[in-house]
Write a protein that binds this ligand. Structure first.
Ligand code: UDP
Ligand code: MG
Length: 317
């Protein structure tokens, strides 16, 4: 592949970023010029700023930059839909505008932009998806670090393999984004879906800095929301747990009934004890097991309703 030909659109989700955005754009523009001069990306490469329904001057700043510099593109969501949706909208729009390659990066530039050439070289090596993996989580609060790693463990128990310590600093080729757009579900958990798409992938390790201006826009509620989305959109395993639990209790009830009968025939029981205990265990088991069985069907219906694509073609001869 000709090194010059890569048309990159860098997607930045921005939510109330007025204090950080101007500086970030200046820094990126300067760096873009270097990348173009080095032949890393094509002359037509662009920065796409996605305003995620900000309440401050974010969109005005984007407009000002767009007027002064044709390299700056803007996209404004009508309300705050959250980081994931902003990224999704940005990637879709970038492909629409002719991008061959899309990289998403946070607008506060906490993620080291100097990793971009390494992302691109993985792309040239043939990777459709390149994950940015953080070299350390030192800049995160203790809370974010521990809940984060606990979450990865929980998700993997539930059967969703996330790439540990990969934020949404990521490269996607055109066809990988197009594949992602084929998922019709509303509660798309991008980080979970992408590893299941199966295209050739690579990793780039990058450093994270402290946020220079403004504060984190990821409130605890937004984090919890994302975490819940991840679990419910990916896994019907919680239902399976109910089914198994019901089955175990039913099994236990068998043992209990034998035990109760034994005591009954040996005469060391109060009247009524045997029937109450036997039915308590049995009915409990039947109840929970039945809920699990119903849940299995609901779970299937849930997965079907998502209409996920069955396959993507990687090569054709
Ligand atoms: N962001 C967004 N919508 C939101 C929250 C955040 O587009 O509802 C953007 C934000 O502007 C930033 C990126 O997501 O570009 C990451 O957010 P932030 O830096 O606040 O999170 P942190 O680095 O603290 O995890
Ligand atoms: Mg940040």
């Amino acid at each position: 592949m000709d090194k010059n030909s890569v048309l990159l659109i860098l997607v930045l989700p921005c939510y109330n970023e007025e204090s950080a955005l101007g500086q970030s754009i200046e820094t990126l523009l300067a760096y873009f010029n270097e990348l173009i001069a080095d032949g890393e990306i094509s002359e037509d490469s662009r920065l796409l700023l996605v305003d995620d329904g900000s309440a401050d001057r974010t969109w005005e700043i984007i407009e000002e930059f767009h007027e002064r510099n044709g390299r700056i593109l803007g996209l404004k969501l009508s309300r705050n839909e959250g980081h994931q949706t902003a990224i999704y909208a940005g990637m879709a729009d970038a492909i629409d505008r002719g991008a061959e390659v899309v990289i998403t990066i946070d607008a506060d530039l906490q993620q080291d932009m100097h990793a971009i050439p390494r992302f691109l070289s993985e792309y040239r090596r043939g990777c459709d998806i390149v994950y940015g993996v953080r070299s350390s989580r030192d800049t995160d609060s203790f809370f974010k670090r521990t809940t984060g790693s606990g979450y990865y463990r929980l998700m993997s128990l539930l059967g969703c393999e996330l790439i540990p310590n990969s934020a949404d600093y990521r490269l996607m080729s055109k066809r990988a984004v197009e594949a992602l757009l084929k998922y019709e579900e509303r509660d798309l958990f991008i980080r979970g879906i992408i590893p299941t798409m199966g295209y050739p992938t690579g990793k780039v390790v990058f450093d994270v800095k402290e946020r220079e201006a403004g504060e984190s826009k990821y409130t605890i509620w937004k984090m919890l929301h994302l975490a819940m989305d991840g679990i419910t959109s990916f896994s019907i395993r919680p239902i399976r747990i109910v089914t198994i639990l019901g089955f175990l209790i039913l099994f236990m009830s068998g043992i209990m009934i034998i035990h109760v009968l034994w005591d009954y025939f040996h005469g060391n029981t109060v009247s009524g004890w045997s029937s109450i205990l036997a039915s308590l265990w049995f009915l409990g088991g039947v109840g929970i097991f039945s809920i699990g069985v119903v849940g299995e069907y609901v779970g299937r219906a849930y997965l079907e309703a998502k209409k996920r694509p069955r396959f993507f073609i990687e090569k054709k001869l």
